[in-house]
Design a protein around this ligand. Structure first.
Ligand SMILES: Nc1ncnc2c1ncn2[C@@H]1O[C@H](COP(=O)(O)OP(=O)(O)O)[C@@H](O)[C@H]1O
Ligand code: SF4
Ligand SMILES: [Mg+2]
Length: 333
C-alpha cells in the first residue's frame, strides 16, 4: 500500500467503457459504462461475482480482447493521458510489457510448455532490451530469485511443468515484472492455488508492488484477500461499477446493498457455525439486463424506483461513489 506516492495525474483512467459480445444467441452486454482510475503506485481491487465483466474490462485495457466476437462500443482508456483505443497495434504492443503487464489465473496455460523458464524470462530482455542470450539468462536467474524461487540457478533450465502451482505463479509474476512496468493487472492470480500457497503468493505480489511502486489492479471475487493489500476497491455488477471507495471505508460500512451482501458472505474464523449470508439469486443474463438497477431482483431493499431508474454513481464522499438510490440508508442502516 503506497497511498503516499499517489501523484495528481492518474496512471490509468478507464472512462465510460462499453464492451459487447455478438454471438449467435444475441448480444451480451458485458461492460456497460465502467469507469475507474489507478494512480501511480496504487493498488485497486476490482471485485464482483463471476461474469460481472472484470476480466473483459482488463482485457480491453491490455488490448487482448477477443475481437470478434467482442467489440468495444464506447469509451476511452487513458494510460498516462494517452487514449490506448486510438493507437495502432504496434504502438499498443510497445506499451504491453514495458508499460503494463498482466498476470493470469492459470500459469500452466499462460506459459509456453516447450520453452524453459529461463528462455521465456530471458526472451523479454532479448526482444525488448536487445540483450545478448547470456546476459538475458543472468537476468532470468535474478528475477527468479526476486520472486522467491529456491535454487534459481539450478532450475533456470527447467520447464513449466517441472514446477509446483505456486512456483509457476511466481514465474508468471516474474514475467510480468521483467520490464518493470508501471501497471500490473493481476486477474485472480491465486484462485487456482491451495489456501496456504495463496497467501504466500499474495504476500509476494503485495511486497513487490510496494517495493517497485507499481500501480496494481487486483481482480478477485474474494473480498477476504483484499483488506491487507488494496488501497481502494471498485465493486462490479453486471458490467458496471456499483461502488468505489477506499478499502477501509467499505469494510467499516458499505454504501451499496450488493457490497454489503459480499461482505456478509466472507467466512469468518471468529464466527464459526454462524449461518453465512449468501446473496440470493443469480447475476442477470447479460443479453437481458433488468431495467432500472440491475441488482433489483436480488436486492432486499428494492423499491419501485429501483425497477424503473438506473441509479447514477452518487457521490457519498469526495473519494467514494455508490450506484444505489438508497445509499444513505444502506450506509447508516
Ligand atoms: N470470448 C467471449 N465470447 C462471448 N462472450 C464473452 C466472452 N468473454 C466474455 N464474455 C461475456 O462477458 C461476460 C463477462 O465476462 P468476464 O469479464 O470474464 O467476467 P468476470 O467478472 O468473471 O471476469 C461473460 O459472462 C460473458 O457473457
Ligand atoms: S438502487 Fe434499489 S435495487 Fe439497486 S441496490 Fe439500491 S436499493 Fe437495491
Ligand atoms: Mg474473470
Amino acid at each position: 500500500m503506497t497511498t503516499e506516492t499517489r501523484a495528481d495525474a492518474p496512471l490509468l483512467e478507464v472512462r465510460d467503457l462499453h464492451v459487447e459480445f455478438r454471438t449467435r444467441d444475441g448480444v451480451a452486454k458485458a461492460v456497460n459504462g465502467v469507469a475507474y482510475t489507478v494512480f501511480e503506485g496504487e493498488t485497486l481491487a476490482v471485485l464482483g461475482e463471476s461474469g460481472s465483466g472484470k476480466s473483459v474490462t482488463a482485457q480491453a485495457v491490455m488490448g487482448i480482447l477477443d475481437i470478434p466476437p467482442g467489440k468495444i462500443t464506447g469509451g476511452e482508456i487513458l494510460f498516462r493521458g494517452q487514449d490506448l483505443l486510438t493507437l495502432k497495434e504496434d504502438e499498443r504492443q510497445k506499451i504491453r510489457g514495458a508499460g503494463m503487464a498482466m498476470i493470469f489465473q492459470d500459469a500452466l496455460s499462460s506459459l509456453n510448455p516447450v520453452l524453459s523458464v529461463g528462455d521465456q524470462l530471458g526472451e523479454m530482455f532479448v526482444v525488448h532490451r536487445g540483450m545478448k542470450r547470456k546476459a538475458a539468462r543472468a537476468k532470468a536467474v535474478e528475477l527468479m530469485e526476486r520472486v522467491g524461487i529456491p535454487g534459481a540457478k539450478e532450475r533456470v533450465g527447467q520447464y513449466p511443468h517441472q514446477f509446483s502451482g505456486g512456483m509457476r505463479q511466481r514465474i508468471m509474476i516474474a514475467m510480468a515484472l521483467a520490464l518493470e512496468p508501471a501497471l500490473i493487472i493481476a486477474d485472480e492470480p491465486t484462485t487456482a492455488l491451495d489456501v496456504t500457497v495463496q497467501a504466500q503468493v499474495m504476500d509476494l505480489l503485495a511486497t513487490l508492488q510496494s517495493e517497485l511502486a507499481m500501480g496494481l489492479i487486483l481482480i478477485t471475487h474474494d473480498l477476504g484477500v483484499v483488506a491487507d493489500v488494496a488501497d481502494r476497491i471498485a465493486v462490479m455488477y453486471a458490467g458496471r461499477i456499483v461502488e468505489t471507495a477506499p478499502v477501509h471505508d467499505i469494510y467499516k460500512a458499505p454504501a451499496h446493498p450488493y457490497t454489503k451482501g459480499l461482505l456478509e458472505s466472507i467466512p469468518r474464523l471468529d464466527q464459526k457455525g454462524r449461518e453465512l449470508y449468501a446473496i440470493k439469486g443469480l447475476p442477470p443474463n447479460l443479453m437481458d439486463i433488468p431495467p432500472g438497477c440491475a441488482f433489483n431482483p436480488r436486492c432486499p431493499m428494492a423499491r419501485d424506483i429501483c425497477r424503473r431508474d438506473v441509479p447514477p454513481l452518487y457521490e457519498v464522499s469526495p473519494e467514494r461513489r455508490s450506484a444505489c438510490h438508497f445509499w444513505e440508508e444502506t450506509l447508516h442502516g
